[in-house]
Design a protein around this ligand. Structure first.
Ligand code: NAD
Ligand code: UDP
Length: 334
């Protein structure tokens, strides 16, 4: 298949381009480099030993999308492009609704004009808000607590409505849990701007000596060691989940929703211990107050993805931290 990958220069996008090419598909990428750089695409080309057609620009730019769709024939689109920082979304909600919601609507309009009916969308476990129980099933109530999460849920709803209206439309909504790790080559990985918000890149930067210590937000949660529990998933497993979703569901009309997680919860302290083991570096930490908006535990019931796609995560925590360290130590400045 020939797949348009929006946001293909980003963290999950680069790994998915590698997985798609490895599986024998072709990709065309559009990215505005608002949270990535041209070097990332060059590295994907190095890993895959082939050049990748690329368009630089904003997915919300309808004229650009029409140009891309008129110059290529696509069998489907994987839509990663979007902004993803929860705190920033609270400060700049209008930017999040434009970049994440309006741009997705523009993409759907251009897809309809050019008769491309298969869309895989990057949603997030954030749409569940504070879950009433774990593990989280796809039919749990949806109650995001910030503009980022609401922007994801709005696009999910737009896709559901489009599937009702257009019987050819095939939508796949993938709700990711916590993607971590990097490609085994060490050439691509997560490269956040500024001070990382997320746990794994923060720990990596402590291990490599860029930051003095980790602040652990809360040690009084009702979890096995008092720290927050999340479902960390290796980014290469996640990337392979996209390929399998496309291959399995490409010609099935409707809108399918799947959790992509491992089904295992890992606490902050367990992650710190695993990272120290893999990197042979000390990870100093201090405990602080809980971070506003955080939930105690969040992990997936990943059985639907296994049942429907035959997909399940195969890489465990040791591989996630080892690959993250390989990337971070080889690229201390991203
Ligand atoms: P990322 O920021 O590394 O990648 C997103 C890419 O999209 C970047 O290369 C950025 O430059 C590009 N981009 C942003 N807005 C654009 C626009 N309007 N037009 C063109 N390009 C644009 O993020 P990621 O971690 O790879 O996440 C990919 C998707 O997965 C995002 O939609 C994100 O919300 C979603 N997601 C990520 C996580 C996570 O923890 N990483 C979890 C759940 C969902
Ligand atoms: N966390 C932490 N220190 C940090 C960043 C995160 O203790 O500097 C904790 C956070 O409170 C949560 C877990 O690590 O319990 C995962 O946080 P992250 O931001 O990576 O993912 P999310 O909360 O979005 O699932």
């Amino acid at each position: 298949m020939n797949i348009l990958v929006t946001g293909g220069a980003g963290y999950i996008g680069t790994h998915t381009c590698v997985a798609l090419l490895k599986a024998g598909h072709q990709v065309v990428v559009v990215d505005d480099f608002s949270n990535s750089c041209p070097e990332a695409m060059q590295r994907v080309e190095t890993i895959c030993q082939q050049s990748i057609p690329f368009y630089q620009g904003d997915v919300g730019d309808k004229a650009l999308l029409e140009k891309i769709f008129s110059e290529n024939h696509f069998d489907g689109v994987i839509h990663f492009a979007g902004a993803k920082a929860v705190g920033e979304s609270v400060a700049k909600p209008l930017y999040y609704y434009r970049n994440n919601v309006t741009a997705s609507q523009t993409l759907l309009e251009v897809m309809a004009t050019f008769d491309v009916s298969s869309l895989v969308f990057s949603s997030s476990a954030t749409v569940y808000g504070d879950p009433h129980a774990v593990p989280i099933l796809e039919d749990f109530p949806l109650a995001p607590t910030n503009p980022y999460g609401r922007s994801k849920l709005m696009v999910e709803q737009i896709m559901q409505d489009q599937a009702q209206a257009d019987k050819r439309f095939n939508g796949i909504i993938l709700r990711y849990f916590n993607p971590v790790g990097a490609h085994e080559s060490g050439l691509i990985g997560e490269d956040p701007n500024g001070i990382p918000n997320n746990l794994m890149p923060f720990i990596s930067q402590v291990a490599v000596g860029k930051r003095a210590q980790l602040t652990i937000f809360g040690n009084d949660y009702p979890t096995r060691d008092g720290t927050g529990v999340r479902d960390y998933i290796h980014v290469c497993d996640l990337a392979e989940g996209h390929v399998q979703a496309l291959e399995k569901l490409h010609d099935q009309q409707g809108c399918h929703v799947l959790n992509l997680g491992t089904g295992n919860g890992v606490s902050v302290l367990e992650m710190v211990a695993a990272y120290a083991d893999a990197s042979h570096q000390p990870i100093p930490y201090v405990f602080a107050e809980r971070r506003p908006g955080d939930v105690a535990q969040c992990y997936a019931d990943a059985s639907q993805a296994k049942q429907i796609l035959g997909w399940q995560a195969t890489r465990g925590l040791p591989e996630m931290v080892a690959d993250s360290w390989h990337w971070q130590s080889g690229n201390p400045n991203g």
